[in-house]
Design a protein around this ligand. Structure first.
Ligand code: BTN
Length: 244
């Protein structure tokens, strides 16, 4: 992963750059990074704002050997790979299903996966944004966001986690394709909300939130919840703590 690579200064979004490159035939593993995004995208149509030069922002073109049912494992593998890469920096991150990497309840990184299909072969543009060098956040974010620098108390260069992340992701994508039970078990080991009662909402839709206790993950990466009406497995959604 990471070859070929384009390291850009400022872009709209690396997702758009990588998607256009994929469309033009970029191979599995092609990488786009940017020092600044003018229109960074998050999940659920949200924006992802950055302080120029302080975050690791990247998108990868991936062509995994996974069917539609298991494609969600790609984003989960990326979250786990980020957490594992950050272990070497002394971070000790947890995962908030499906796409956030967090420390002490504050968000350190987010993952965004966008898939297209040509016949039965998926192309995934996998994006990740990791706060690295920020020494502080704007007031509105201060209690929700953190950075590698703030967690470790040491200055860390924006691109330092890139290679460790790509190496861990390579291994974890191989797990997704070949031994998903191993991948899922290791994600469960870092799952922040395991055993807790949560509400899972579906922003932008009429679907009512589902409340239940987090039991773990299904082999597809779906979130297993024990609800009053039995166990359910959710393939997407946004987790918040349930109102008591
Ligand atoms: C989220 O937390 O909702 C996902 C955030 C993903 C942000 C990254 S930054 C690099 C890539 N380019 C984007 O526009 N978004 C992703």
């Amino acid at each position: 992963l990471g070859h070929p690579a384009r390291h850009l200064d400022a872009v709209g979004s690396t997702m758009t750059e990588a998607a256009a490159w994929a469309e033009a035939g970029a191979p599995h593993g092609a990488l786009v990074t940017a020092a600044h995004q003018r229109a960074g995208r998050g999940r659920w149509g949200r924006t992802w704002a950055d302080a120029p030069g302080q975050s690791l922002m990247l998108s990868l073109v991936l062509r995994p050997a996974l069917d539609a049912e298991r494609l969600g494992l790609v984003a989960l593998a990326a979250g786990l790979a980020l957490a594992e890469a950050l272990d070497a920096f002394g971070v000790g991150a947890q995962l908030k299903w499906p796409n956030d990497v967090r420390v002490g309840g504050r968000k350190l990184a987010g993952v965004l996966a966008e898939a297209t299909w040509a016949g039965r072969r998926p192309t995934v543009v996998l994006g990740a944004g990791l706060n690295v060098e920020q020494a502080a956040f704007p007031d509105a974010l201060a209690d929700r966001a953190t950075s590698v620098r703030l967690v470790t108390g040491r200055p860390v260069e924006r691109l330092a986690p890139l290679d460790p992340f790509l190496r861990r992701l390579e291994a974890r994508l191989a797990d997704a394709e070949g031994r998903p039970a191993r991948l899922v078990a290791d994600i469960e080991g870092r799952l922040e909300q395991r055993g807790e009662t949560v509400a899972v909402g579906f922003p932008g839709t009429d679907r009512p939130p589902v409340e239940g206790r987090v039991v773990g993950l299904a082999p597809t990466g779906a979130l297993r919840l024990a609800t009053g009406a039995g166990e359910v497995a959710l393939h997407a959604g946004e987790v918040t703590l349930a109102v008591p």
